[in-house]
Design a protein. Structure first.
Length: 159
């Protein structure tokens, strides 16, 4: 589940309330340093999965394997990777969806309309530009709590 935009700590709280209100057994990724004891116990109970972003490689494949291991897994990912403005998205969610061969739900907390949507599901083609264009169309007009912090919907070009 791709969740965009993510510009405020309130996004997390709204998402957690939505998760419990609709009884979604969704998990979410967060940096491993947030899972210190005793907070880590609570975060895992709330669906948190720790990820060490300092380690290169292996993360995509290990999460893809987790999808294959389970009968059911909802995993919410914020592609910006931060609440601050970014010039580009992290591509991990995209690479996970392709590696695990799973559809991706497009989710949004739209503060302009005061709505949450998880109503569009896509299976990425592997054509990065076409897939990003599809994502841009979905999120067009949706507004973050802090619109100036919303990152551009693009990946860092691989040189």
């Amino acid at each position: 589940m791709l969740v965009y935009p993510h510009t405020s700590n309130w996004d997390f709280m709204v998402g957690i309330f939505f998760r419990y209100g609709y009884a979604l057994r969704a998990h979410w990724l967060a940096k491993h340093s947030a899972f210190w004891w005793p907070l880590g116990v609570l975060l895992r109970h709330m669906g948190g999965m720790a990820i060490d972003r300092r380690k290169a490689g292996g993360t995509i494949n290990s999460i893809a394997e987790e999808f294959k291991r389970r009968d059911w897994l909802w995993l919410a990912i914020t592609p910006e990777g931060t609440r601050s403005h970014t010039e580009f998205w992290k591509s991990g969610f995209y690479r996970i969806a392709l590696a695990a061969d799973v559809p991706c739900a497009l989710a949004c907390i739209d503060y302009k309309t005061k709505t949450i949507s998880v109503d569009t599901y896509v299976r990425f083609s592997g054509d990065t530009e076409a897939d990003l264009a599809l994502i841009r169309r979905f999120y067009e007009g949706k507004q973050a709590l802090h619109p100036e912090k919303a990152g551009d919907i693009r990946f860092k070009s691989e040189q």
